[in-house]
Every structure is written in structure tokens, then in C-alpha cells.
Design a protein around this ligand. Structure first.
Ligand SMILES: Cc1cc2nc3c(=O)[nH]c(=O)nc-3n(C[C@H](O)[C@H](O)[C@H](O)COP(=O)(O)O)c2cc1C
Length: 189
């Protein structure tokens, strides 16, 4: 994991990268290395940290506490996240910590979602091949933000990955670094 360089927890970004095989990835690998090279955010490669998928809940909660902006980055798998990110949320967003009585530890933090998808943007609309928009499919994350008092931001989407040229991917990577630091980027979805 890259070091936390931002001294203010409220302005610091934690990026949870959930890709089961980042070395073989094209899109998420490039997005991740861009953030790591710039060094302005904390990058947490979930599958590499937990190859046995045994999540250290206290460690993850401490990481979340130290950051004010949380980015969940993953390839869209079956209209959702890869399984380890779901497990991470199931275990880390505990009752009494993230929600319920006394569960206010995520309150006021920003939640950002960064996804890549094989389908093109035009497929993700009513009447299109996949029928539903990315915003609709990401509702569980949005409502998780609502329940935990987080502020949900518009997602960053790299869609139609087979049509993304190397040159376009470089532009996406630069835009993503801006996005992860909390600044608005025009959506390309
Ligand atoms: C198990 C699995 C499920 C997938 N499900 C979807 C999906 O629901 N929608 C979609 O657009 N692409 C889907 N894809 C394509 C991935 O989103 C795509 O390969 C990935 O975003 C590419 O990013 P990468 O180069 O970082 O691996 C799926 C791929 C796999 C392996």
C-alpha cells in the first residue's frame, strides 16, 4: 500500500482497489498505477493484501477512519463488484461502527465509485442491451452511503473497454487521478 501523504484525514483519499487479478488487468491496472505514481492518495489493493480473503476488520476500519474520501474501484462483474469487495463491506461496515446505535464512524465521509465495464455506455440505458444505467445498478452503494451518513458522489466510469485505445486510457488515468482527489471530472459514460 502506498503511504498516506495527506496530513488532514478529512481531505485524504483511500482507494480500495478490488480486482481479482490486477497483473492481468488492462484498465484497472493502469488506473491504479497512475494513482500510485502520483502518490497523493492511499491505494489499497484488496486482493493482494488478502490472498486468503481473511479480512482484518480492525485494520480496515482504522484505514477508513484515517481518510475522509473513500473510492471503491473495481471492474463491473455481473452488474456489481467482485466478491471480495462485497465481503469487505459485509465485515467492515459493522453495526455499531458504520450504522445502528453508535455507528457513526463513516458519517460525513465521501463515497466515490470507479468502475470499468465491458459493455459500452449506450448499452447501459433503458432499452439498451443492458437496460439499466450505471447509476441504477450502483444503487446498493448509494443506499449504503445514505445509511452510513456518507456523501455519495457521481461515479467514474470507463466503459466499452475493448474500444478504449491506449491513448484514451492514458487520458482516463489522468482524469481518474483528478477524480480520486475529489475534483469533478466530466463523465465519459
Ligand atoms: C466474471 C465477470 C463478469 C463480468 N460482468 C460484466 C458485467 O456485468 N457488465 C459489463 O459491462 N462487463 C462485465 N465484465 C467485463 C469486465 O467488466 C471487464 O473485463 C473489466 O472491466 C475490464 O477491466 P480490467 O482490464 O481492469 O480487467 C465481466 C467480466 C468478468 C470476468
Amino acid at each position: 500500500m502506498s503511504n498516506l501523504t495527506n496530513p488532514s484525514p478529512s481531505a485524504a483519499t483511500l482507494v480500495i482497489v478490488a480486482h481479482p487479478d490486477l497483473e492481468k488487468s488492462r484498465i484497472n491496472k493502469r488506473l491504479t498505477t497512475e494513482l500510485e505514481q502520483r502518490g497523493n492518495v492511499t491505494v489499497h489493493r484488496l486482493y493482494e493484501t488478502y490472498p486468503d480473503e481473511k479480512i482484518d476488520v480492525a485494520r480496515e476500519q482504522a484505514l477508513l477512519t484515517a481518510h475522509g474520501r473513500i473510492v471503491l474501484q473495481f471492474p463491473l462483474y455481473w452488474y456489481s463488484s467482485p466478491a471480495l469487495l462485497k465481503k469487505w463491506m459485509d465485515l467492515v461496515f459493522e453495526q455499531g461502527w458504520a450504522h445502528g446505535k453508535g455507528g457513526d464512524k463513516l458519517k460525513g465521509k465521501e463515497l466515490l465509485i470507479a468502475i470499468s465495464s465491458g459493455g459500452t455506455g449506450s448499452m447501459y440505458q433503458a432499452g439498451g442491451f443492458h437496460n439499466y444505467s450505471y447509476s441504477e445498478l450502483l444503487r446498493p452503494f448509494q443506499q449504503t452511503a445514505n445509511l452510513t451518513g456518507m456523501i455519495y458522489r457521481p461515479p467514474f466510469v470507463v466503459s466499452g473497454i475493448r474500444e478504449v485505445s491506449d491513448e484514451q486510457l492514458e487520458k482516463y488515468a489522468a482524469d481518474y487521478a483528478v477524480y480520486a482527489e475529489g475534483q469533478p471530472v466530466l463523465s465519459r459514460a
